[in-house]
Design a binder for this molecule. Structure first.
Ligand SMILES: [Zn+2]
Length: 304
């Protein structure tokens, strides 16, 4: 998941002073129904001299970067302005629009922490609310976005937790590898990230499969085996199917647990049918009750 950042710098209300940020401040605009476009127009209008600005504004359908990340903006008093990037969430009373704004904000803060300021541990020192800035340095009296978040059932701590999760996903792409045990061949070499395991056009049954997943959450795999039916769920590295019993694997179900931002997809090559459609989220891939062997499989992890 990523969003477009529209770079459209205001020409008024600019400091033109350098900024090497060590953190971010989260704000809200307190103007219900506003947009990043209307905020751009507000801060870009007139003679300047509002002595207020922010690095970016987020509404439910876009993000505008209004001051360069490496230039001081005027959002939270001198101490914070000299050290922090300030980002404003637009204000809405609509719960579904709020969720869109929240999702974009979580992503944008993660993006800025990873790519701009390169501070990837989120704490009360590295991602502050304007309320926390006011309490710490006493140079402003704003308490945003606490009430706005509360109106929508959220807290600043929840925001920090989600930004940290999004950062972790940006820093740690997931990998999957898997190995097929095939009739007359035995265990094949390890395959990974969508490569073909098993065989095509050789009329050989896949008898077992082992999957190694390296990423957030856990992988859960179930195999449907000739004469046995669905086996109990297996975890990372465990063997599904059978070995040494000449039983065909007929179908699999695979899903990820506790892995926000990721899902697993898998595609089976079935006797007499060839490659079937990609499946995801624990859907049955292969056939049940038709006595057809799985011959090959591809598995991949998708970042949402
Ligand atoms: Zn503020």
């Amino acid at each position: 998941m990523s969003y477009e950042i529209i770079q459209r710098y205001i020409s008024k209300n600019r400091s033109y002073l350098p900024l090497v940020a060590r953190g971010t401040v989260v704000h809200e605009t307190a103007s219900p129904g506003d947009s990043d476009e209307s905020e751009f127009n507000y801060f870009n209008a007139g003679a300047g001299g509002r002595s207020a600005s922010a690095h970016a504004f987020i509404d439910n359908d876009s993000i505008t970067n209004t001051v360069p990340w490496n230039e001081q903006a005027w959002h939270a008093g001198p101490t914070a302005n000299h050290n922090f990037i300030g980002i404003e969430l637009c204000n809405t009373l609509d719960p579904s629009k709020f969720q869109e704004i929240w999702n974009r904000a979580v992503w944008l803060f993660a993006y800025v922490h990873v790519n701009v300021i390169k501070v990837t541990a989120i704490t009360k020192e590295t991602l502050m609310s304007h309320a926390e800035v006011s309490a710490k340095w006493g140079e402003t009296n704003h308490t945003d976005p606490v009430a706005y978040f509360a109106n929508h059932g959220k807290t600043v701590d929840m925001f920090r937790a989600e930004v940290q999760e999004a950062i972790n996903i940006m820093l740690n792409p997931a990998n999957i590898s898997y190995q097929a045990h095939v009739q007359d061949i035995g265990w094949q070499e390890q395959k990974k990230n969508g490569e073909v395991a098993g065989t095509e056009g050789q009329s050989l049954r896949m008898e077992a499969l082992a999957i190694n997943y390296d990423g957030p959450g856990n992988i859960v795999v179930e195999g449907h085996v000739q004469d046995i039916g669905w086996q109990a769920p297996r975890g990372n590295g465990e063997v599904i199917g059978t070995m040494g019993r000449s039983l065909r694997l007929e179908a699999v179900k695979i899903h990820l647990e506790n892995a926000p931002g990721y899902h697993v997809e898998y595609q089976s090559h079935v006797e007499g049918m060839g490659w079937m459609d990609w499946c995801k989220g624990g859907e049955v891939s292969g056939t049940v009750g038709r006595e057809l062997r799985l011959e090959a499989i591809k598995i991949r992890i998708i970042k949402d």
